[in-house]
Structure formats: C-alpha cells, structure tokens
Design a binder for this molecule. Structure first.
Ligand code: NAI
Length: 334
C-alpha cells in the first residue's frame, strides 16, 4: 500500500520532508498540498505531480488523502490537527504541536474523544542514532543513576523576526522533548539565566540564554540556547551519571589534519545534522500509518513540552524558578 499524503505548508521543512519521502523513504507519496500562499502550493504541486488545494480543510477532507503532514507555522497547527482528528486521519505535525499548553490540551481532548491515537509530533531527535545510543546506555543502568545533563543548542544566526520567546518555544523545545524522553521523567520547574549578550546580532534579542530544568527525581538539566553563535549548527549533550558520563560525539565523518591543525566540519543546519533522524522518523510514521498503528511522539508529548515551554517563557520575565503546571497523564497516553 502506498500511503497518500497531503502536505499543509510546504515551506522549508515541508519541502525537505517531500524530498525524502520521494527519494529515500518507502511506502508513501505526497499527492496533495495546500499553503496559505496559493502560488507556493501550486508550484510545489506541479513539481511533484500532485493536486493543490485552496484550503487545508479541503485537503484534509479529500478522499484521495490517507494521512496528513502539517508543516505550517506553530500557531496554525491546532485548527488543522483538530480537523484531521475529526476526519479520522493520521496526522504528523511538525513541532511545536501548538505554541501553548492550553491549545495542546484541546487536541488531547479531541483525540481521546475519538478513541484513537492519530497525532504524531515531529520531535525527530528521538530518532537520532547518537541520542538513541546514549539512551540505551543510560537505560541499561551501567552508569548508575543520571544526575545532570548539560546541553547546548547553537545556531549560526537567526533572522530579525526571531523573538525572545521563540528561543524557548521553537528552539529549546527540542531539548525539552529529548530530555523528557532520555530521562523518562517530566520536568517540575524552569529557570532562565541571561548571560552577557552577544554583540554580533540584533539588539532586541537576549542571546544566549540558559535554561535550568529540574525533573521529578531532581535531575538538573542545563540548556544553552545560543542562536547567533556564528560558527555552525552545534548540538551538544553530556549526561553525567553516578559511575560515568556519556556525550554526543562531534558528528564528523572525517577529520582533517593540515597546516599544524587537526579538525572536523561542524554541520550547517538541522537538515544537515539530523538528516538520518528525519528519514527514520518519517519512515516509521509512514510504515505505522500503513499498518494502522501509531508511532512516534504523542499529543501528550506535545502537551508536556508545551507546559515546560510555557513555564520557560514565564521564567524569561520572572526571577527564580517557575513551576511547570501540567495535568496528570491520561491513561489513554500511558
Ligand atoms: P517556513 O516558513 O519555511 O514554511 C512554513 C510554510 O507554511 C510556508 O509555506 C507558509 O506559507 C505556510 N503557512 C503558514 N501558515 C499557514 C497556514 N495557516 N496554512 C497553510 N500554510 C501555512 O517554515 P519552516 O521552517 O518550514 O517551519 C515549519 C514548521 O516546521 C514549524 O512548525 C517549525 O517549528 C517546524 N520546524 C521543525 C524543525 C525540526 O527540526 N523538526 C526545523 C525547522 C522547522
């Protein structure tokens, strides 16, 4: 069976997903697109030999679409995810599921009402081979209990429209989800530290930031968010446990020695660094849809990450720790 996919919002991320679905991933084909920019939808549809719809509602309702990928921007996700749930169609929604926990709660309620897990959130780091190896080692217990995790999320630059809260909702959300998954715990509080600002970018932005997250059992996670670091897309993570520590390695394929130096490349962007993770993530989703099974992160994961981010955004303007407010996990998402 070929899963016929409708793509909403074929911008940077959406077109990257289309490209992998049509080249390296088996079992799916993007047959329909829609975008708030109809010219973009028409251009992409023509390129892939698909149909362009004027509205996302029309795309979701189409009998020729088996499953939907939502790659529009965060505030537009909720209405389309709810429409997919109402239509009973599996939906892969790029992160963030929604920009607020309140909106994610409405999605969870709708999904529970239809009684079927339909929503997968695009938290791709769970599919990254290096994070998976790290998790296997920590879960094996060989290093004892995990005590602390040091993370860094560095981007070369961001555009002027990037705002303070995006550092939490769009950027740090990756570490929030990955750390929940790695530790198998929720976070109870967030603090945000504001180090000396870089002079190399827009003055409106506090960059870098450091999030300090505390988990239910007391694991402390610090996450440096530095989105104008200039030198590359650099994702770092070291988990410190009772009997050892484990880190993501540099992602180099080769190391070069010349002119009295040795070094390796640093990736340029998320597509470069997480190429394999994106392929595995989307392949598992398509294969799951074909089997009628849910795979990947759930609406609960989208909600829990949004709760931590809501607290993080609050912590941007409040001194000290902000408690994470979250409902109890419904049995439906156990
Ligand atoms: P983009 O701006 O390149 O593309 C967004 C597309 O959605 C554009 O074509 C835009 O016209 C369209 N759009 C906006 N509102 C819409 C609406 N209401 N209905 C239909 N189409 C609409 O943005 P990008 O970078 O592709 O990001 C898209 C999503 O992917 C965001 O949620 C973002 O957070 C996520 N993302 C995830 C990454 C990851 O590492 N997993 C990396 C980059 C983005």
């Amino acid at each position: 069976m070929t899963v016929r996919i409708g793509m909403i919002g074929p911008g940077g991320m959406g077109q990257a997903h289309i490209e992998r679905i049509h080249t390296v991933i088996a079992g799916g084909r993007v047959v329909a697109v829609s975008d708030v920019d109809p010219a973009r939808a028409a251009e992409v549809a023509e390129r892939i030999g698909g149909v362009s719809h004027l509205t996302s509602a029309e795309l979701i309702a189409s009998p020729d679409v088996d499953a939907v990928m939502i790659c529009s921007f965060g505030p537009a996700h909720e209405v389309d995810v709810l429409a997919c749930i109402a239509a009973g169609k599996p939906v892969f929604c790029e992160k963030p599921l929604t920009p607020t926990a309140e909106a994610a709660l409405r999605i969870m309620e709708a999904e529970q009402a239809v009684g079927r897990r339909l929503v997968t959130v695009g938290f791709m780091r769970r599919f990254d081979a290096s994070y998976r190896e790290m998790k296997d080692l920590l879960d094996s217990g060989e290093l004892g209990e995990t005590l602390m995790v040091h993370c860094a999320h560095r981007n070369p630059t961001v555009p002027e429209m990037y705002t303070w809260d995006m550092a939490i909702n769009d950027t740090a959300i990756h570490e929030v989800d990955t750390m929940r998954w790695l530790l198998g715990e929720e976070f109870v509080s967030v603090r945000v530290d504001t180090p000396k600002k870089t002079s190399l970018r827009f003055p409106h932005l506090q960059d870098p930031l450091v999030l300090i997250l505390t988990s239910t059992s007391g694991v402390r996670v610090d996450d440096e968010i530095f989105v104008n670091c200039q030198f590359g897309y650099d994702i770092r993570c070291e988990a410190v446990a009772e009997r050892g520590a484990v880190s993501l390695s540099d992602q180099e394929l080769t190391s070069v020695r010349r002119e009295h130096t040795a070094g390796n490349k640093i990736t340029r962007d998320h597509n470069d660094r997480f190429r394999g993770a994106f392929v595995t993530e989307v392949q598992e989703w398509i294969s799951g849809v074909a089997r009628g099974e849910h795979t990947g992160s759930t609406s609960w994961d989208g909600y829990a990450a949004a709760c931590v981010c809501d607290a993080g955004v609050k912590a941007l303007t409040e001194l000290g720790e902000v408690a994470v407010e979250m409902i109890e996990r419904p049995a439906f998402y156990a």
